[in-house]
Design a protein around this ligand. Structure first.
Ligand code: HEM
Length: 246
């Protein structure tokens, strides 16, 4: 009898400890999910915008005439007496176009994360059944001469006076992915990139440091979660607005 009572007690205690362990595991799971989600958001938020700006400068320094055109646009739109503000961006179609051109040639996810087809389809004569894992090569679509004239060249003008979609409707241009898993941070990302690029161009002249020439800039990529230049460049920035504004 005594043994029986002890057994029951031991079972009750074990049962309680299992429940406790299960609760800890569930809570830990929720916490880890949150940590993972926050890490995802941070990576999405910081690295992507920074890498886009890095690539854009890499391209601009190879063609200083594009920087001159951007400066002329800024001077026409807001003059040289103040800093550009976010709401001024609609007056800067050329800078908008050069950012899009940078996204076309340097999508940060060269190969989009895996997607699943939600219905049966046919691509280039191949049947793709519903539920197939699909990897979209955004890099190669952005450089495909079937869709882009002089595809390998950096020509911002191709994005002027046309409204080429960036949010997954134009399959030749997918900097933010497409479908249900497309980038949820699009609005924030594009605002950060536009504002930062516009302010950096508005406030500074840009030159290559040392004896580096535009033709020496390497466009080699290094792959990771997002794609960065393999050989980043050193730049000299000089103020171009009245000094009291800095
Ligand atoms: C220039 C800025 C950005 C670019 C180019 C970019 C690009 C992308 C791309 C290509 C994907 C994959 C989409 C797909 O699989 O179809 C993605 C996913 C994601 N992005 Fe961004 N992103 C940017 C900014 C941001 C920001 C600011 C955030 C958060 C605040 C963010 C959060 C995420 C998250 C959480 C995912 C995963 C979505 C999922 O798998 O369901 N991104 N992003």
């Amino acid at each position: 009898m005594v043994v029986g009572v002890r057994l029951v007690r031991v079972r009750a205690a074990r049962c309680f400890s299992w429940v406790l362990q299960a609760m800890v595991v569930v809570l830990l799971g929720v916490a880890l999910d949150r940590v993972a989600m926050s890490a995802n958001l941070l990576t999405g938020a910081i690295d992507t915008s920074a890498a886009t700006i890095e690539w854009t400068f890499q391209e601009l320094l190879r063609r200083p005439n594009i920087i001159d055109k951007a400066h002329q646009e800024l001077d026409r739109a807001i003059g040289k007496e103040g800093w550009i503000e976010e709401e001024d961006f609609s007056k800067l179609p050329y800078i908008d176009a050069l950012i899009k051109e940078s996204f076309r040639l340097h999508p940060l996810c060269t190969l989009l994360p895996p997607h699943y087809s939600t219905e049966d389809g046919n691509v280039a004569g191949y049947d793709i059944p519903k539920g197939t894992t699909v990897f979209v090569n955004a890099w190669s679509l952005g450089r495909n001469s079937k869709y882009w004239d002089r595809a390998e060249e950096f020509i911002p003008e191709r994005f002027i006076e046309n409204n080429i979609d960036m949010k997954g409707q134009n399959f030749a241009f997918l900097p933010f992915g497409l479908g249900r898993r497309k980038c949820p941070g699009y609005s924030l990302g594009i605002k950060v990139v536009r504002t930062t690029m516009a302010k950096l161009l508005n406030g500074f002249n840009w030159k290559l440091a040392g004896d580096m020439r535009p033709v020496d800039i390497s466009m080699e990529e290094i792959y990771g979660l997002s794609t960065h230049p393999n050989k980043p460049i050193s730049l000299i920035m000089e103020s171009r607005l009245p000094l009291h504004l800095y």
